[in-house]
Write a protein that binds this ligand. Structure first.
Ligand code: UDP
Ligand code: MN
Length: 601
């Protein structure tokens, strides 16, 4: 009640606007289905399971668990199947699978289908398409509810090379004709195989390849790529990331269709020249999965890397399994299989070459209210030196002192817009009003303009490279106070009455409010939700322990980020060096609250 009396006119205005937003706020389940893009909000009644904290996170140090372009290499022990399933189950996915049982290979089909029933996406909708020239010999295998099988009869082919390669053609036709609007993911598999263990949602992605067991420990010079330049599957000696096996590949329908089409066409193209790649379609698959990292289409997240590179572009060489970048002293992947970005886990040259052709625009917001205006100059100057240099950057400065905004020279392609906002008298309201202003900015100006946005504290300076490795659909940063601590120490809001409430067993990490970001749509949703929840608390007369940081933490627990940044991206100057932190990219300066905050006691 006392608090209510203090609400100013500006605050009431915000409230009204926010209530309006409440109704448009998106609690709907969109069709975004990749956990790396996962940004949905779980239905409120569902309680997400507990996921590991930094200390007890799953992980592997004996194998490469991340590629140099920051996508997971899925090994047992790197993911939490319960957590992943809880994300995917509500989406009611349909997984398609294709298997070819031509000629005498029909005899492998029974065991394939039987073991598939036991291990492959149990509990999900699965639709298996069996291609055969012997439809009468297809065995009857009992399928669980939600699972079905369709037999497709195809003509007999007489060369095994053609049988194997015709799969690419038939799969792309199947997707085109039947699956595009029906299935969410598809896997294409060899029939001469059996399932022996769990195969579930951890394997989902927009474009998925599998490391060939012969080569996962070998240098690329040993890979059996096609080496004749005349072939469309040609790989030069310095090319290639991994050697992928043809026995399994998959992804979303669009990506797999494109992959199959291209492989089929390239195979035909070779045929007309009278050649056949060394390992037929496997050679073509390898070429495609290599060059697909290099596309310049509208797909902008390298974890969704799936298009085909314009052929003239030569991708730079990326590290090999043996010489891949990596860190074993820190957690580099979350239990929901997204990267935790630490220096040494990514290849900035490779990543930049992925992103440069996309001509991205990166928006950034910074608030310099009241006396905090004095931090703005250093912030902007150092940002010029380190933040997405060479990219289009648009910084939005929010201030109640527009006349005091310093003139900082910006490189070409970079610009700044000053937004004047009313003065607020409580620092808690200043910091929290950011969520409101950012969502409004996105709504009004950024949705069709910026590709990504970062929101940052002004009382900070840039000290090191901050580039495309930080991009993702929803990005949080590990708070430097807590990245080594158990969740029981996290300063989450603990009062159940608050919308930021976290129970003792809740939470993945403690995220810092000084930096968050993602694509505009996701960040808008985050800001809307946090703003509304903040005011919801306010109406009840409470304020979360760490204001909007508490709400951010709750949001990022329910909506797992698709990328987590290490504390390199939000250090604090007063901190002593830490052995894990090899580079400080952005750091909060030492400040004296009593001097700068309007209401500090
Ligand atoms: N802020 C501001 N004026 C204020 C208080 C806060 O502009 O009087 C903005 C500014 O962008 C600041 C952010 O809110 O970086 C968060 O506040 P602060 O940095 O004081 O929080 P801390 O990093 O100390 O938790
Ligand atoms: Mn700060």
């Amino acid at each position: 009640m006392v608090l209510l009396k203090n609400i100013t006119g500006a605050v009431i205005l915000l409230c009204v606007l926010l209530l309006g937003l409440l109704y448009s706020s998106a609690w709907n389940s969109s069709r975004v289905i990749n956990p790396v893009k996962q940004s949905q909000i779980l239905p409120k009644r569902r309680q997400p399971p507990v996921s590991p904290v930094p200390g007890d996170a799953p992980g592997r140090t004996d194998v490469q668990t991340m590629t140099s372009w920051s996508v997971p290499v899925v090994w047992e022990g790197t993911f939490d199947p319960v957590l992943l399933d809880s994300h995917y189950q509500p989406k009611n996915l349909t997984i398609a699978a294709t298997v070819f049982a031509m000629g005498k290979y029909i005899r492998f089909l029974k065991k394939f289908l039987e073991t598939m029933e036991q291990h492959f996406f149990t509990g999900f909708n699965v639709h298996v398409f069996v291609y055969t020239d012997r439809p009468n010999e297809v065995p009857q295998v009992k399928m669980a509810s939600g699972r079905q099988r369709t037999v497709k009869t195809v003509p007999t082919l007489n060369r095994w090379q053609e049988i194997t390669s015709s799969r690419m053609f038939l799969v792309q036709a199947l997707i085109e004709e039947e699956l595009r609007d029906y299935a969410d993911f598809i896997f294409c598999m060899d029939v001469d195989s059996e399932f022996h263990g769990h195969w579930g949602t951890e394997s989902l992605g927009d474009l998925v390849g599998v490391l060939h067991p012969d080569f996962y420990k070998s240098h690329r010079s040993t890979f059996t790529y096609e080496r004749r330049p005349i072939s469309k599957a040609y790989m030069a000696p310095e090319e290639g990331d991994f050697y992928y096996a043809m026995g399994v590949f998959g992804g979303n329908l669009q990506e797999v269709q494109q992959l199959c089409q291209t492989c089929a066409i390239n195979f035909l193209n070779d045929s007309t020249k009278g050649i056949e790649a060394a390992w037929q379609e496997e050679s073509h698959l390898n070429r495609l999965l290599y060059s697909s990292a290099w596309n310049s289409s509208g797909v902008i997240d390298p974890v969704k890397q799936s298009q085909i590179l314009p052929k003239r572009r030569q991708p730079p060489v990326s590290p090999m399994p043996g010489d891949a970048p990596g860190r074993t002293d820190v957690q580099t992947m979350t239990s929901w299989s997204v990267p935790v970005v630490w220096e040494g886990t990514f290849d900035p040259v490779l990543l930049d070459s992925l992103y440069q052709p996309k001509n991205l625009t990166i928006a950034a917001t910074v608030f310099a209210m009241g006396k905090y205006i004095k931090f703005l100059k250093k912030f902007l100057e150092t940002m010029e030196q380190h933040f997405f240099t060479g990219f289009n950057v648009h910084v939005f400065v929010y201030t109640d002192r527009p006349n005091e905004v310093p003139q900082v020279k910006m490189a070409s392609g970079r610009q700044r817009t000053v937004k004047t906002v009313p003065t607020l008298n409580r620092w808690q309201e200043i910091t929290s009003s950011r969520m409101f202003w950012v969502q409004a900015l996105i709504e009004e100006e950024l949705l069709d303009y910026a590709d990504f946005i970062f929101c940052m504290d002004v009382d900070s300076e840039f000290h090191g490279h901050w580039g495309t490795e930080s991009l993702g659909d929803l990005v949080g940063v590990l708070h430097p106070d807590f990245y080594k601590s158990h969740r029981s120490t996290f300063t989450y809001e603990r009062r159940p009455i608050s919308k930021a409430y976290m129970a003792p067993e809740d939470g993945d990490y403690y995220y810092a409010m000084g930096v968050f970001g993602g694509n505009p749509k996701e960040v808008q949703r985050l800001c809307q939700t946090c703003a509304i929840n903040f005011w919801d608390d306010r109406i009840k007369g409470i304020e979360a322990a760490w204001q909007e940081e508490s709400h951010l933490n709750r949001y990022l627990w329910i909506n797992k980020p698709s990328k987590v940044l290490s504390p390199e991206y939000q250090w604090q100057d007063f901190r002593p060096d830490s052995p894990e932190v090899h580079i400080i990219r952005f750091s909060g300066i030492v400040k004296y609250y009593a001097e700068i905050r309007p209401n500090w006691v």
